[in-house]
Structure formats: structure tokens, C-alpha cells
Design a protein around this ligand. Structure first.
Ligand code: ADP
Ligand code: MG
Length: 261
């Protein structure tokens, strides 16, 4: 059975997509079978996994509206496989923005992704869902499909404030739509230990959330920011970079956590 996780945070630019593609590549590198689902119409996770969003014959949009199943819509980009980090990609592009409206008309509209993923549950160890930066019908589909949420966050002044909304959303979805949903953990990303404020916020996070804060910390690292322009996760683009090593360590932490649970 696959462990299914959403990478979510209602703020944009906090590192969701970077976390999704690099965790996917890191898990693949250590031998896990991974499916990455791009739920953001921007399609950044698709492009950042070596798939061209403009030329995909089928995407997560077709899966959500029920005109394709997951197995026929996934692609396996060669560039990832050649680097020994092959994972499957259920891509997205601008067409997905239309799903928001079309889903409203459909039955069991928040559960479309969950029901579609059930068919491939045995094919993967991990399914990672990159959510858009809003609490939309798309994000709701992600939260209904998942067993847990991974929240990437920068250790900045307003970080804790934003978290309250997200934690409340997770509680509501848990109560009303998905009893399996848990906050798995907070991942500190783009971390710069030289900045005192970041250290302070990091300490506050640990004081507040305890073991919900992942041990692994992802440093600010320019190689992770450069990788998307090559259509690759940092873990594939430059495996020796500090940021890439941190994401492989995070993949190991996620696998170890699954063995514990
Ligand atoms: P989101 O998906 O939440 O909008 P992204 O993953 O696209 O966020 O990240 C926002 C920007 O920050 C991107 O330009 C990305 O390359 C950059 N970035 C993300 N993580 C890091 C990091 N650890 N170090 C440096 N740059 C990063
Ligand atoms: Mg994104």
C-alpha cells in the first residue's frame, strides 16, 4: 500500500514544489517506488521533473474529470531514470485551472483524486501530491486523497501565524472528509543558520510543535533554485550539492518514519 502525502502550504513561494520533486527524487534514489502528482495548474512540478507540460497527452485534469485513469496518464521522464532517480509523474498544466469550475458539477467532487489513486495504490511506495497555494477544490482533492500533510516553511517572522490557518484546515478536513488525514510534519526549508531570526523561529517551532518538526533541515542552496531551469530536481541536477544531500536525508527520514508508524 502506498503512503500518500500532500505537500501543502497556502502561501506561494515557500518551497512546496521544490520539496515535492526533490523528495520524490530522493525517495527514488533510495529504492522507493514513487508517483508525483502535480495539482498546481502552473505545472512547475511537472516541468521540474523533466516532463513538458505543454505536450502531455493526458494530465491530472483528465483524471479528475474522469476521462482517463492514472495508469494511462502517468509519464516516466527519461532524464530521471537515467540518473537512477526514476519516478512516475502525473502532470498538470493550465487546463487544470478549469477543473476548479467543472468539478463543482460532478458528484463526490472532493474525492475524485482519492478514488482515482486507489487503482494504483499497490504500484507505489509513496505518492506525493504538490498542492497549489490556496485552499481550493484542487487542494481539497489532495487533502482527501492523502494520509498526511508535509508542510514546508521558511523560518520567518509570520510563519507561525500562517500555520494556524493550515492546521485548522487539516482539522476540518479530518473531521468532515478524511479521517486518515494527519499533519505529518513541518519541514524547515531555505534555512540559513547565520540569520538569528531564523534560528529563533526554528526554536519556537520546536517548542510549539515538538516532534512534528522534522529533524532534517533544508538549507538555502542556489543549486536547488537553478535545477528547475534544467527541468530537473536538484537531487538529480547536482547530487553533491548541500541542498540535494539534505533532501536525500529527508527521504531517509520519511522512510524511517514509515517503519516506525
Ligand atoms: P512553492 O511551490 O511553494 O510556490 P517553490 O518550490 O516553487 O515554492 O520555491 C519558490 C522559489 O524558491 C523557487 O524559485 C525555488 O527555486 C526557490 N527555492 C526553494 N527552495 C530553495 C532552497 N532550499 N534554496 C534556494 N532556493 C530555493
Ligand atoms: Mg509550487
Amino acid at each position: 500500500m502506498a503512503q500518500i502525502f500532500c505537500i501543502a502550504n497556502q502561501k506561494g513561494g515557500v518551497g512546496k514544489t521544490t520539496t515535492t520533486v526533490n523528495l520524490a527524487a530522493g525517495l527514488a534514489r533510495i529504492g522507493q517506488r514513487v508517483l508525483m502528482v502535480d495539482l498546481d495548474p502552473q505545472g512547475n512540478a511537472t516541468m521540474g521533473s523533466g516532463a513538458d507540460k505543454r505536450s502531455l497527452p493526458l494530465t491530472v485534469y483528465d483524471v479528475l474529470i474522469g476521462s482517463a485513469n492514472v495508469a494511462e496518464a502517468v509519464v516516466r521522464p527519461d532524464k530521471l531514470a537515467e540518473a537512477g532517480c526514476g519516478y512516475a509523474v502525473l502532470g498538470a498544466n493550465r487546463e487544470l485551472a478549469g477543473a476548479e469550475v467543472e468539478l463543482v458539477e460532478l458528484e463526490r467532487r472532493e474525492r475524485r483524486l482519492k478514488e482515482a489513486l486507489a487503482a494504483v495504490d499497490a504500484d507505489y511506495d509513496f505518492i506525493l501530491i504538490d498542492c497549489p497555494p490556496a485552499l481550493s477544490m484542487l487542494t481539497l482533492n489532495g487533502l482527501c486523497a492523502a494520509q498526511g500533510v508535509i508542510v514546508p516553511m521558511q523560518c520567518e517572522y509570520f510563519a507561525l501565524e500562517g500555520l494556524t490557518d493550515l492546521v485548522n484546515t487539516i482539522k476540518q478536513v479530518h473531521a468532515n472528509l478524511n479521517r486518515d488525514l494527519k499533519l505529518i510534519g513541518l519541514l524547515r526549508v531555505m534555512f540559513d543558520p547565520r540569520i538569528t531570526l531564523q534560528q529563533q523561529v526554528s526554536e519556537q517551532l520546536k517548542a510549539h510543535f515538538g516532534d512534528k518538526v522534522f529533524d532534517t533541515v533544508i538549507p538555502r542552496n542556489v543549486r536547488l533554485a537553478e535545477a528547475p531551469s534544467y527541468g530537473l530536481p536538484g537531487v538529480v541536477f547536482d547530487r553533491s550539492a548541500k541542498g540535494s544531500q539534505a533532501f536525500v536525508a529527508f527521504a531517509q527520514e520519511m522512510v524511517a518514519r514509515g517503519l516506525r508508524a
